[in-house]
Design a protein around this ligand. Structure first.
Ligand code: PBG
Length: 335
């Protein structure tokens, strides 16, 4: 039997035609990453004019509120639409119930006030969860070995109102308690904050990729057990869709999938199902893997960073929370 020529095999259809030159590649490009897609997470420590390196996250620092304002300024200049703050709370302010989340002037709220005073044009997204505030590192109130749902929700709703009072534009609950979106919506509306949005960490998985974050906020030695009674099992997808459906019904304005790259299928499904503004959190472990491989000379870190961010766009994301935000924005602005 004679072998067919390539033209006989393809019928003359050649995919490489469109890939032949830079201009054709640009012309047929389906997705692109812009600075408008980026949200920059910032780690906070108390004090002033001080920053600390985070060993497991090369290039990322924890900063005091005054320096957080400078980071917000840098983000605004680069055109990054929003930042998201995460506090490293002093150990002696942490307790079993995370009560310091209800201090009007805690590190999150202090920083929001400062940023909104000085850089009002940038969006401030605040995380509402108890883990930075609890002595056991869980996202909820722990009683007799159980994370109690309803009591935690009541406290989170109160904390959300305080964050809105401080000037937060979007409240982002990352705790995965049942009913928290509806409770936070009611509390915000009832306190005159109907203009404050909710970005739900709708599908947050019980993931190993959060490791470096726990160093960053100082919960790594504290966490007793794991978070599998409230985060989603990495094996599940239908469960994620059902959980997101509840958040949509309860009033979420935006949905988030976390972690990012290992869960692109979930991003795709949520976008297809709900047609909501959908975000991914490229979490600490994802960041650190790329940085580590880059530092070892194993991959081109810059290209891997941009490729990973573009992958989120391809999967249907409207934006990405990423520790690469400033770095990526700088590169994008030079193009
Ligand atoms: C918990 C929370 C986590 C992250 C942000 N808020 C997960 C956790 O510690 O269990 C992870 C972020 C990251 O890894 O970059 N409310």
């Amino acid at each position: 039997m004679s072998r067919r020529t390539v033209d006989e095999i393809t019928g003359g259809r050649r995919m490489r035609r469109n890939r032949g030159a830079d201009w054709t590649r640009r012309l047929v490009q389906e997705n692109s990453l812009t600075v408008n897609d980026l949200i920059w997470p910032i780690f906070l420590i108390p004090g002033s004019n001080r920053s600390e390196d985070i060993e497991a996250m090369p290039g990322v620092q924890r900063v005091t509120p005054d320096l957080a304002v400078r980071q917000a300024e840098k983000a605004a200049k680069l055109g990054i639409p929003a930042i998201a703050t995460f506090p490293n709370i002093e150990i002696d302010l942490r307790d079993d119930t995370g009560s310091h989340v209800l201090a009007t002037d805690n590190l999150i709220n202090q920083t929001t006030r400062l940023i909104k005073q000085e850089i009002p044009e940038i969006g401030v997204i605040t995380d509402v969860a108890l883990d930075p505030f609890t002595s056991h590192g869980h996202d909820g109130i722990l009683r007799d070995g159980i994370i109690v749902n309803d009591e935690t929700v009541a406290q989170l709703a109160e904390a959300a109102v305080l964050q809105a009072e401080a000037g937060a534009d979007i409240i982002a609950p990352s705790d995965m308690m049942d009913g928290r979106i509806g409770a936070i919506r009611d509390a915000l509306d009832g306190s005159g904050f109907s203009h404050v949005g909710i970005m739900s960490y709708a599908t947050k998985y019980a993931s190993s990729f959060y490791g470096p974050y726990r160093e960053a906020i100082g919960t790594q030695g504290l966490l007793k057990g794991d978070k599998r009674t409230y985060y989603i099992d990495p094996a599940n997808t239908d469960e994620a869709v059902r959980d997101a459906a509840l958040d949509v019904e309860e009033g979420a304005d935006m949905l988030m999938v976390k972690p990012g790259l290992p869960y692109l299928d979930i991003i795709w499904r949520l976008k297809e199902t709900f047609a909501m503004p959908t975000f991914a959190y490229q979490v600490s472990g994802e960041y650190s893997m790329i940085k580590a491989a880059d530092h070892n000379g194993w991959i081109d870190g810059e290209r891997a960073m941009l490729e990973s961010l573009l992958a989120f766009k391809r999967a249907g994301c409207d934006g990405i929370l990423t520790y690469f935000a400033a770095e990526a924005a700088q590169i994008l602005s030079q193009r």
